[in-house]
Design a protein around this ligand. Structure first.
Ligand SMILES: NC(=O)c1ccc[n+]([C@@H]2O[C@H](COP(=O)([O-])OP(=O)(O)OC[C@H]3O[C@@H](n4cnc5c(N)ncnc54)[C@H](O)[C@@H]3O)[C@@H](O)[C@H]2O)c1
Length: 472
């Protein structure tokens, strides 16, 4: 099983190819050491990534038949987000832990889905195929993303896979290659890419040049130790040791708390940071050219991954300017206002979050935003906020000016659960009605930045990005 997983993760395999990214320079570079790749594989990888399936003629649509593998916390969140979406039917669920598998099957039954339940992934795929399954949602721990996604794509299914794409960079590359080789859709679960608030902020504020030249950016995911405590399990539902080992888990504690261990995950900077580091590249329309980072096991002593990580990225903008990005993940304090990303322009600052209550735009005193208010890009708020301390610390703004910056909000209401629009986009793409908002090749470019942070912590120096880091 381990060998099989390693093979699918792409360990020890020669890789090469090229990436596409909307709005970016197209590059085609094959690293000197990677030339041994077979001609056939190169030709397949050169094909453009499919971002949409052929259109289904209106009036002939039947429900899209879907299966879920990984019925834990996020699997449940995704099921809940799927329930309001019309025209989808869950027909199979898969999990190695009967405790969670049963929950998912019971939950779906309440909504008139009748899924079959499977421990074994191949059996799940084969049962799904017999019942006309078209799409698989993968919400297992990161270590299983690449093997399962590659297998599902090769079996002909479209896949929605959670972030991080993989616990290894080669595992993520294997996923992009499988997407291109099979022509199936592969959406990665960076759900902010379909969030109307983020789309509005990108289109109107960033691309509209409302806040001027963005000299600095930043962000954080700070959460208290309560959000980071060890997850437990009902003792009588512990998995047999043989089952744990069959799927690569050392024991029940690591199985439940896989995020903290190097075998299964990249730790908090990967687990939480992947969401936000994705936004920096996407909003700036740029790749990082370097990263320095510091991290450690500052509080939790019995875990392998760093509980606190601070990073500084340099992003090189298309015109040659640089934006410095200070980003941190702290799992020992919720101080500083939770999780958000900030883009600090010379005329104002955008602070955007999945949390609507802390999404704000701050105007510098010299800027005139009458036009933007009239165009309903922003809306004045009744009770101006005080600017968060962390923002004034990392910005170059004058301290006296920060005290009374005018604050605005975005006129975007989002009644749906945060993952619903991204799942809708996936199903719309299967129906040929939309392009994927986060196809695997774009996600890989973004996650390449994340994959370098832990090595930067270990190296204790600034690491630079090479073009090959972003290539498949
Ligand atoms: N997009 C988001 O906002 C978001 C939020 C949370 C988690 N996630 C991602 O979702 C994924 C799952 O995270 P989680 O918090 O639900 O973890 P979890 O531990 O709660 O759930 C994982 C589930 O996968 C099952 N599982 C483990 N190995 C398996 C295997 N080989 N085959 C089948 N089932 C297996 C477990 O039994 C468990 O039910 C992770 O990749 C995580 O990064 C994304």
């Amino acid at each position: 099983m381990t060998r099989e997983r390693d093979r699918a993760n792409g360990r020890g395999r020669a890789v090469g190819g090229r990436l596409n990214r909307r709005g970016f320079l197209r590059r085609s570079t094959v690293g000197a050491g990677l030339m041994m790749l077979a001609t056939r594989a190169r030709a397949q990888e050169a094909a453009p990534a499919p971002a949409t399936a052929p259109a289904v003629p209106k009036g002939t649509e039947s429900p899209i038949r879907v299966g879920l593998v990984g019925c834990g916390a996020q699997g449940r969140v995704l099921l809940e987000a799927c329930m309001p979406i019309p025209g989808i039917k869950f027909i199979a669920v898969c999990d190695i832990w009967p405790y969670n598998l049963r929950y998912a099957a019971n939950y779906l039954t309440k909504f008139n889905h009748q899924p079959s339940s499977h421990e074994d992934f191949e059996e799940f795929l084969s049962a799904g195929k017999d019942k006309g399954m078209e799409a698989v949602i993968v919400a297992t721990p990161d270590i299983w993303h690449s093997p399962y996604t590659v297998q599902a794509l090769k079996a002909g299914f479209h896949v929605y896979c959670e972030k991080m794409m993989s616990n290894t960079v080669d595992g993520a590359r294997a996923m992009v290659r499988a997407m291109k080789e099979t022509g199936r859709l592969l959406q990665i679960g960076h759900q902010r890419r379909s969030n109307p608030r983020y789309l509005h902020a990108l289109e109107k504020i960033m691309r509209g040049n409302m806040i001027g030249r963005v000299v600095n950016a930043g962000g954080q995911w700070n959460r208290s130790i309560r959000g980071s405590v060890d997850l437990t399990w009902p003792e009588r539902y512990a998995l047999p040791q043989a089952t744990l080992e069959k799927y690569g888990y050392k024991n029940m504690r690591e199985f439940r708390n896989w995020r903290w261990f190097r075998t299964y995950s990249g730790g908090p900077i990967s687990d939480l940071g992947a969401h936000q580091i994705d936004i920096f590249g996407w909003f700036l329309g740029a790749r990082p050219r370097s990263v320095m980072a510091s991290g450690g096991s500052d509080y939790f002593k019995d875990r392998e991954w760093y509980d606190n990580v601070m990073t500084i990225f340099e992003y090189e903008l298309p015109g040659g300017d640089v934006t410095r990005v200070a980003y941190q993940v702290l799992t020992t304090t919720s101080a500083g206002g939770g999780y958000y990303e900030t883009f600090m322009g010379v005329d104002g600052t955008l602070k955007v979050s999945e949390n609507e209550a802390i999404t704000r735009v701050y105007k510098e005193a010299h800027a005139d935003w009458t036009e933007w208010i009239e165009k309903r890009v922003i809306r004045p708020i009744e009770r101006p906020d005080t600017i968060p301390v962390s923002l004034s610390q990392v910005s170059l703004l004058d301290v006296r000016a920060t005290a009374d910056l005018d604050a605005f909000e975005l006129p975007v209401e989002m009644a749906k659960k945060p993952h619903q629009p991204h799942l809708e986009n996936f199903f719309d793409a299967i129906r040929g009605r939309a392009k994927l908002n986060c196809p695997a090749d774009e996600a890989f470019e973004s996650e390449a930045a994340v994959f370098k942070v832990n090595p930067a912590v270990e190296a204790r120096k600034q690491l630079t990005f090479e073009p090959a880091d972003f290539e498949v």
